[in-house]
Design a protein around this ligand. Structure first.
Ligand code: BTN
Length: 329
């Protein structure tokens, strides 16, 4: 959209940019540039205009738009097709629909709100408008199934990298896919995989990330507020969603380029970030619940737990869920 392109030109500029120069750069009329400026103002962008000097962006609302994000993603594979929606059922479902149509890797879909946000094990993921980041990307890695199962853990490291870049504080990871701040969940990851039945070749992988940005305990409700938090609650200030999303897409781009050969870095970082190690845990498996102490993350990002009878057991994310015995973590 033209207004996204105009916004991208205005962003990061200290001096006014002339309408004529923008119209030449974008190959459109000056009237079209003026209309785009009016549309941006309508959305809450404060754009000063001085006769003969041009337009200067003074203040920007925290919107997730291509104009806000595209500049940060130059040269990236992730986000080379970037779709920013006001509302969608689920960004994961939207990316999967495009994946089966043959869309190349790199598509990123971001939404202001989700009406059917999904979590692991068929749970819903609350996705209120303007308070969080709901984002999914399309990957088509060439790797063995065993390696594809690492992607949720790698995505966890990428999310921590992004939050640390923008907020200056590194969250932890509750095995396998919950991102933790202040002992509560600030982000969830749902990775979905499409396989060809005959060849067992992967067709697509879609990691979906939901980050709580500005929810209050009241937004969550009394039950969820015991285990969920937001960046605002933990930091005492609200980071711009656009900045966190740009950092996230860049971290996912790096992850995609690194996968799977840079395993050593991701494994080392995951082990550092994992908050379960050394902690008592309850393992919820289809055969029933049992308890032990989380001891290690193995080479496949699986959790090694010492059972109360002393036996070591390796648990994989597909089969179990892990709860801390001392509170949520
Ligand atoms: C979980 O905590 O169980 C995973 C939550 C994953 C939520 C994200 S929000 C963006 C993407 N779209 C979805 O429907 N789910 C993921």
């Amino acid at each position: 959209m033209l207004k996204d392109e105009v916004l991208a030109l205005l962003k990061g500029q200290e001096d006014p940019r002339s309408g004529e120069e923008m119209s030449r750069t974008l190959g459109v009329s000056r009237a079209a540039v003026w209309k785009a400026i009016a549309a941006l103002r309508e959305e809450g962008y404060e754009i000063a205009s001085a006769p003969n000097r041009g337009y200067l962006l003074k203040n920007a609302p925290d919107r997730l738009s291509a104009g806000e994000l595209a500049g940060a993603l130059e040269g990236c594979v992730i986000g080379r097709e970037l779709i920013c929606l006001e509302e969608v059922d689920s960004t994961n479902s939207a990316v999967k629909r495009r994946a089966v149509e043959g869309t190349p890797e790199g598509l990123a879909i971001v939404a202001e709100c989700q009406t059917g946000g999904r979590g692991r094990r068929g749970r819903t993921f609350l996705s209120p408008a303007g308070k969080g980041i709901y984002c999914s990307v399309l990957l088509r890695p060439k790797a063995e199934l065993r390696e594809l199962l690492w992607i949720t853990a790698w995505t966890g490291v990428a999310v921590c990298d992004a939050i640390e870049t923008v907020c200056g504080i590194r969250p932890g990871i509750k095995w396998t896919n919950d991102i933790i701040l202040g002992h509560k969940k600030v982000c969830g990851i749902l990775t979905e995989l499409g396989m060809e039945g005959e060849s067992a070749q992967s067709q697509y992988v879609v990691p979906g990330i939901g980050i709580n940005i500005s929810q209050t305990p009241e937004d969550f409700g009394p039950e969820v507020a015991q285990v969920a938090t937001s960046l605002t609650q933990e930091l005492g200030w609200t980071p711009r969603r656009a900045d966190v999303t740009a950092a996230l897409l860049k971290a996912l781009d790096r992850m995609n380029a690194d996968f799977p050969h840079e395993k050593a870095r991701y494994l080392e970082q995951y082990r550092k970030d994992c908050v379960n190690l050394g902690q008592p845990v309850r393992v919820l498996s289809p055969d029933g619940a049992w308890e032990g102490t989380a001891m290690a993350i193995d080479e496949d990002f699986q959790l090694v737990v010492r059972r109360t009878d002393g036996r070591l057991e390796t648990v994989s994310a597909g089969e179990v869920s892990v709860r801390g015995l001392l509170g949520y973590v």
